[in-house]
Every structure is written in C-alpha cells, then in structure tokens.
Ligand binder design. Structure first.
Ligand SMILES: [Zn+2]
Length: 87
C-alpha cells in the first residue's frame, strides 16, 4: 500500500469515528433532555417518536434509564392524583 493510500484510509477511518461519536449521546446531553421528554412521555407520547437518540442512549445506559423512569413515574403520579389533591 502506498503512503498516499494509507493517508486516504486514515482519513476515511477518522471521519467514520467522528461521525460515530456525533451519534453517541453522552450522559450530560441526555439528562439535559430527560425532564422535558419525561413530561411528554408521561402525557402519552412515545420516546422513540420524540428523540430516538435519547432512547438509544437509555437502552445502553442504566443510570439515565433509571433517572428517566423515575421522572416519568413522578409526573404520572402528579397527573393522576396529586394535582387533583392540590386543586
Ligand atoms: Zn447516560
């Protein structure tokens, strides 16, 4: 393989790696979205329709998945009982 080809290959691999990193959502970005998403999901929306990137992250990140479930639970509880109680 020539040096030129090696350089080309290196660039291609690098661009793939960078593109992949862009797809991967980190926990910080994810939890920034969780509260807003949990509100919508608690209201009956589907997470997959809202933000597939977040759903993909929740599948492989137990911490964020737990946080999200907890938020949805709280919001559902508020919607079903607590709000009436306050009113
Ligand atoms: Zn996470």
């Amino acid at each position: 393989m020539s040096v030129q080809h090696q350089e080309q290959l290196r660039k291609i691999i690098q661009s793939i790696v960078i593109a992949h990193q862009d797809e991967q959502m980190d926990c910080e970005t994810c939890s920034g979205q969780l509260e807003c998403l949990a509100e919508k999901v608690a209201g009956g929306a589907n997470l997959r329709d809202l933000l597939p990137e977040v759903e993909a992250h929740l599948v492989c990140c137990a911490d964020c998945a737990e946080e999200f479930q907890a938020l949805v639970c709280i919001l559902r509880a508020e919607q079903s009982g607590l709000l009436k109680h306050i009113e």
